[in-house]
Ligand binder design. Sequence first.
Ligand code: XIL
Length: 357
Amino acid sequence: MTSRTLVLVLTTAAFCAGFGAVVPEPSLREAARGSGMLIGTAVRPAQLSEAAYASTLAREFNMVEPEDALKWEVVHPERASFDFSQADQIVDFATRHDMKVRGHTLVWHRQNPKWLTEEKYTSDELAEILAQHIKTVVGHYRGKIFAWDVVNEAFDELRPGTLRSTIWRDQPGIGLAANGTSYIERCFRWAHDADPQALLFYNEAEAEGVNPKSDAIYAMVRDFRQRGVPIDGVGFQMHIANLHADVASISANIKRFTALGVQVHITEMDVAVPVDADGNARPEDLQRQADIYREIASACLAQRGCTAIETWGFTDKYSWIGPHSKKTQGAALLLDREYRAKPAYEALRSAMESGRR
Ligand code: XIL
């Protein structure tokens, strides 16, 4: 058998194993084995019944995170009742396929139910509601969810370095609005009480590089570590727009955070590209996209404390970027709409195979 025939046979075997997905061996999770890196993705439970979605997910990733299923509007639809059915499906899938589960997210200003945002509560009532939510949700998944995004996006976009005004901080807040990051600290302490083994993360957007927002987060994390507030990690979302990433700045940022003794997870990576009316991107943009995936993965691999890379979905068939950009952007993920490997997939896998340097 010539080597070319062998490649053809192997590729055909991978094709058949993947229910139509054309992804050659090894998988991402196999490629990540040497470094011990967690390679994860956001998951939509409704899609788990689709054979190609489920088989690709199980084959490629060793970590999953519910994309929306643990947000308040889904998991806590009425004040007096919780609905774990969607997130439970993801956790069951992960257990069957030997994957870790990240939890997202306990405290956020978005995707909250109307009973919470449209009713008027006092700070004491709100504190009680939030404490009970954290205790119930983290408690339900104790020992099953290994890491939580406890607080998401608490820092402001428009006034860099300052805390965002939210229901949890000051509208009316849980009673600690005058004390800076104390309300965040309280949330971490509640989560720690509910599952002392879980790793607790602060997760943020647009704080990937060194900038006023990441400076403010850095100051908070340093303070929390010095005072023994239970924080284990920082998540950088990594939603990349305009095909631009300042990798040197991202590397420096990962380095300074891991030097504080916390882990860094890349939590929601996607790299949006312009698409035409049919959702198709230009080949040169997909190549640039691949370079960005490789460069970011290498930046994470270069720091021992950077322990997970997670993409916000894995197939362009299901991604928030289309609706979010009125369909002008898309094709942001590793596999195309037919689950075929894109240059981004190959780039990420080759970075994983190179391992830590
Ligand atoms: C997005 C989901 O992908 C969408 O399905 C949903 O409609 C809106 O939220 N930052 C976050 C994620 O922390 O929770 C967001 O997820 C994307 C931005």
